[in-house]
Design a protein around this ligand. Sequence first.
Ligand code: T1G
Length: 697
Amino acid sequence: MSEVVTYQREGAVGVITVNYPPVNALGHAVRSGLLAALEQGQQDAEAKALLLVCEGRTFIAGADIREFGKPMQEPGLPSVVETFESSDKPIIAAIHGTALGGGLEMALGCHYRVALDSAKVGLPEVKLGLLPGAGGTQRLPRLAGAQVSLDMITTGNFASAAEALQNGIVDAVESGSDVKAVGLAFAQKVIDEGKPVRRVRDLNDKVEAEKGSDIFDQYRAGLQKKARGLFSPFKCVDAVEAAFQLPFADGMKRERELFMECMESPQRAGLVHAFFAEREVSKVPGLAKDTPVRDVNSVGIIGAGTMGGGIAMNFANVGIPVRLLEVKQEALDKGLAIIRRNYENTARKGRITQAQVEERMALIQPTLSYDDFADVDLVIEAVFENMGVKKDIFGTLDKVCKPGAILASNTSTLDIDEIASATSRPQDVVGMHFFSPANVMKLLENVCGSQTADDVKATVMAVAKRIKKVGVLVGNCYGFVGNRMLHQRGAEATKLVNEGASPQQVDKVLTDLGFPMGQFAMSDLAGIDVGYRIREERRKAGEDVPASWMDKLAEEGRLGQKTQAGVYLYEEGSRKPVVDPKVDALIAEFRKEQGIEPREIGDQEILERCMYVMINEGAKILEEGIAARALDVDIVWIYGYGFPAYRGGPMFWADQVGVKEIYDTVKRFHDTLGGDQWKPAALLERLASEGKTFGSL
Ligand code: T1G
C-alpha cells in the first residue's frame, strides 16, 4: 500500500486520497500510488463511483518539479491520467487550494470536477519553460474552447473557481472548507442520478467548432512582443492548435513531442532554477528558522518622493498603517497626490475598487513631525543619497523612536554601518533597499550591517513576504549586491563606447540577451544626473573617477527621460528611446579630447565585457560573503534588474556558458585591458581549475 495515496470506501464511494506534503506534487510515489488505489477502486464492487481528493493545504499542484532533468520513472503522468479517464466507474475530482499543471490535468482526466469557491486552477507550466505535458493542451480546449485555453496555457495565470465554472472546466463550485464532504456529496449525486462516465477526450464539439480558426496565428503574433526571447509560449500555441486539427490520440502525440522540446530547452533549466531560487532566498543560511520576529503593525517613512511614496503603498496595500514624513507641506501634498494618482490608475484598470483606493489612502497619514514616529514599529528612511543627511535623520530617529523599533534605510549604495553609527542602537539598524517603482518592483534587498541583530534580519525578511516582495538578505558593502555588479557593467559599457562602440549597439546586445532595456536606456530612466552626482561625490571624496562622456550629457542638461533627452531622445509622452546624432557627435568630440582613436567592436566582445565583469564581481561578492549563495545573486538580478529569468540569473547563466570559459576570458581582459574589475576573483579561478560551478557551492 502506498504511503502517500490511500483508498477507502465511504458508503458507495471509493475515496482515493493523496497526502504528500507540501503540495501533493505528482512525484513517482504519488503516480504509482494513484494507479494502485484506482485498481483497488475498480475491484471494489461496492464502490459505484470514485472520488479523488487531497489532504493538506491544496489539491495536486503539479508534477514534482524536483524530478525534472532526472531520468523519468514509469508510470508517466500521461498514462496515469489516461487510466483514470478510461475507468468505467465515474470518477470525481474534488478541488481545494490550487489544482495546477499535472494536478489540473489529473482532474481533467476524471469525469467530473467540483471545487471549493476558494480554489484556483491553472496550467502554469509555461512559467517553468514548459507546456502541459499530460493532456492539458488536448483536454482543456475540449471543455473551455480555444481562447480560454490559449489564455490560460500561454500565460500560466490561475483561474478562480467561479471562472473555471463559467468556462466549463469544473462542473460545480461549493462554499465551505471541507473538500472531502463536498466531494462525497457530489459523487453520491452522480450515483443517485446515474450520471454516466464522461471522458473529456470524447467531447469534440468545441474543437470541431473552432477547427481552422485563425486565433492561433493571432496569438503567435501577440506573443512576438509579450514573450520576446521565450521558447515555450510558442510551443504552447502549437500544442493547443493540434487539439483543433488532430484526433485526440494524435494530438496527445504532438503534445508529447512539443513537451520534450521544451524539457530539453536551456530555458526550462533557467526557469526551474529561478522557481526554486525564489523560494530558497527566504531561508537564510545561519539564521535559525525559529528566530523570533518583531511585530510590525505600523510604519514610518521619511521622504514622500518617488521612492518614499512607492514604499508607503506597499504597506498600505496589505493594511499596515503608514506615517509619511516630509520637511515641507507642499512636498507632502505632492507626494500624496502622486500616490493617489497611482491608486486611481490601478482602479481605472479594474485591479482595485475606488473603495480600496480610499481605504489605502486613509492608511497613509502625512506628518511634518518626527514626534509622530514615537510609537511606530519600523521606520524606513527614503531621502536622497547623502551620508550627512542620512546620519542626521538616524540621529533624530534614535531620540524619538521607541526601544525595539527597527530603523531602516532605503539607501542604494551607502554604508549601513556608518549610518548606524549615528545611533546608540546599531543592532536595530538595517538596509531595506527597494527598487523603482517601489510599489511595482518585486525585489527587496535587505542589507544587514555588522551589528544588525538576528531578529531584525528575520523581521525584515518576514516583512518582505508580507508586502509581497521577494526579500534577499545581503551583507554591507558599496552598492551591496545589485548595484555593485551594475556599477561594473555600467563602467565597462561606458568604456566600450569610449573605444568605438555606440550606446545603441551596447544596448542591443543586452536586450538581445533578454534584458527589458539596455544599460544606457536604463540610465536615461533612472536619470543621468543620479550617476553624475554619485561620480562627483566620489571625486569630491578624492577618488580617481575617470572623465566620462556621460558627464558631458549631464552638464548639457540631458538628464534622460525626465528631460526628454539623455543618451537617447524621447518624444512627448513616449518612453521609446530614439537615437540622437547629437550624442554620437558629443561622443566623437569626447574621444578626440581624450585622444582616443575609435575601433570596430563586435557584439561578442560587448557581451563578454558587460556580462563577465558582472560575474567576476558576483564571484568576489560570494567569496566576501556579501551574498550567501549564487542563487541570492541570481534572484537579486532577476527581480531587481530585469535579468531574463529564463537564463536563471547571472551566476546560473555563467554555469551554462562555462566557468572555465569565463575565467579564461576575464584573465585575458585583465592582461589586455587591465583594471581591478578584471582581476579574476579567487573563487572564479578556483571553480575554473576544479571544473566546478557556482551552482555547486
Ligand atoms: N513540485 C515540487 N515542489 C513544489 C511544487 C512542485 N510542483 N510546487 C511547490 N513546491 C514546493 C516549493 O518548492 C516549496 O518548498 C513548497 O512546495 C511550498 O511552495 C506534466 C510538467 C503551489 C501556488 O508550476 O506555484 O505539472 O521551499 O513556497 O507560496 O504538465 O508553489 O517549502 O521546501 O511556493 O503557498 C506545474 C508550482 C508543474 C506550480 C503554492 N505546477 N508551485 O505557493 O508555497 S509542471 C506549478 C506553485 C507540470 C505537467 C507539468 C506554488 C503554489 P519549500 P511555495 P505557496
